[in-house]
Design a protein around this ligand. Structure first.
Ligand code: LLP
Length: 430
């Protein structure tokens, strides 16, 4: 729970809107976002710049709903994209191409063309082959591509191995020791203009020290490049600031930025950052309904209507998301079993919260103490980042609806998919 999702009289609200009403109106599973949480988060980043030029490029992959992109665009955000599709979304949502940085190890020719046409701020180039390709594509189009090299600083982000990106064994960025030679090459290529340097060491970092270590290593390169007459306009330190899911204690936004700005003190380059999770993670919940309670031989199961296709993080990373009942029971009572599935009265018990998908990995939470009955509503917290954006149609499950709450107003920002939409592009062979 946070300032935006709170109980009032035993009912869980998103801002001023009861989640039970949202479920009644839009069905479940349903992602619910708080506009105030999104805006306040963005303002915390933008307001902590201490007078330095700072561009906050929201990492679109965390949640790419147009309504969310639009909230940030209105607040002056830039965007960090990793595909032509994300660029198209940013533009459709009213984002400014001139504030877009394009990351990713596998940019296609078509994506490069699309981004050059749109006039983005910078390509974060991740290999020497990409540098050569970008030069050719820009040359064909009669353009000059602005480039920054994503350098792999070989710093341990101390996070889950799947989302750690700044170690030399990872596929990301150019090797630290090769960066200077590649900058010289970039300077000499006719259709490139060197504008910056970039690094991103991982996601869900809960300490500032790896960010500082990476920034210090990047600055050594910036100085060496300056010594060769290659002057950079910006330093992009990526995203990665963690959030609280359970008992983590990540640095506050202001503290994180103060630490980065401390390392940059006395320098004139503009700072770019690419936060994703820290802007949207705790601004969203996944609303789901209990279908059945089932007593297994060893465990009790709460089978809910959201599944790993809706929220993949538990299955993929063994990630923890807090799960709360939307309606608190009038008087909490404990019972050793789960009531056999037929009772309507909410009883507290320890449940495996699982979805309907045919895989044992389909769980939302393990061993949760919940007072629930069939039809109870649950809110899966901290689901705003990498929830909907990583969802799939596995088991031919239409993706969830999404709503944005603004005070007491509730706006549908994505309709629930229909099954017909899922197979609309398919053909039988006769
Ligand atoms: N910039 C780049 C180049 C990135 O690759 C990422 C995330 C970000 C910025 C934003 O990182 P954030 O501020 O959100 O930590 N699916 C995983 C997270 C994958 C992150 C991938 N890159 C999860 O659910 O935990």
């Amino acid at each position: 729970m946070n300032d935006y999702f709170q109980y009032r009289n035993g009912q869980l609200y998103a801002e001023q809107a009861p989640l039970a009403d949202i479920a009644a109106q839009f069905g479940t599973p349903c992602y619910v976002y708080s506009r105030a949480a999104l805006s306040d988060g963005f303002r915390q980043f933008a307001g902590a710049s201490q007078g330095r030029e700072l561009l906050v490029c929201y990492a679109v992959k965390a949640n790419s709903n147009l309504a969310i992109l639009n909230v940030f665009a209105r607040l002056g955000a830039g965007f960090d994209i990793v595909s032509g599709g994300e660029l198209q979304r940013v533009l459709a949502a009213g984002g400014d191409a001139r504030k877009v940085v394009f990351s990713g190890v596998g940019k296609s020719v078509a994506e490069m063309r699309q981004a050059l046409d749109a006039g983005i701020l910078c390509f974060n180039v991740e290999s020497s082959a990409e540098l050569e390709r970008l030069n050719e594509v820009a040359g064909d189009m009669g353009k000059v591509a602005p480039v920054s090299l994503r350098v792999n600083p070989d710093v341990d982000a101390k996070t889950h191995p799947y989302i750690s990106t700044g170690l030399k064994q990872n596929k990301f960025g150019v090797a630290y020791d090769e960066a200077i030679a590649l900058y010289r090459r970039a300077r000499d290529l006719p259709h490139l203009r060197v504008t910056g340097i970039d690094c991103h060491i991982g996601s869900q970092l809960t300490e500032t020290s790896p960010f500082i270590a990476a920034a210090e290593k990047i600055l050594v390169l910036v100085d060496a490049l300056g010594g060769e007459g290659i002057r950079l306009e910006h330093i992009d330190l990526g995203g990665g600031l963690g959030i609280r899911y359970n008992d983590e204690a990540p640095p506050a936004i202001a503290g994180y930025l103060a630490a980065l700005l401390g390392v940059l003190r006395g320098r004139s380059e503009k700072l770019i950052i690419e936060p994703g999770r820290a802007l949207v993670g705790n601004a969203g919940v996944l609303l789901t309904r209990v279908e059945y309670l089932k007593r297994g031989a060893e465990k009790n199961f709460a089978i809910v209507d959201a599944a790993m296709n809706d929220l993949m993080r538990p299955a993929l990373y063994d990630a923890y998301h807090e799960i709360l009942p939307v309606q608190l029971p009038p008087s909490p009572q404990h019972s050793p079993d789960c009531g056999g599935g037929g009772e309507r009265e909410a009883r507290s018990s320890i449940f495996e919260v699982v979805g309907p998908i045919c895989e044992t990995g389909d769980f939302i939470g393990h061993a949760r103490d919940l007072a629930i009955a069939p039809q109870s509503l649950l809110a899966v917290l901290s689901a705003g980042a990498y929830g909907m954006s990583m969802s799939s149609n596995y088991n031919t499950r239409p993706r969830a609806s999404e709503v944005m709450v603004e005070g007491g107003a509730v706006h549908l920002v994505r309709e629930r998919e229909t099954v017909a939409q899922l197979y609309a592009g398919e053909r039988v062979v006769v």
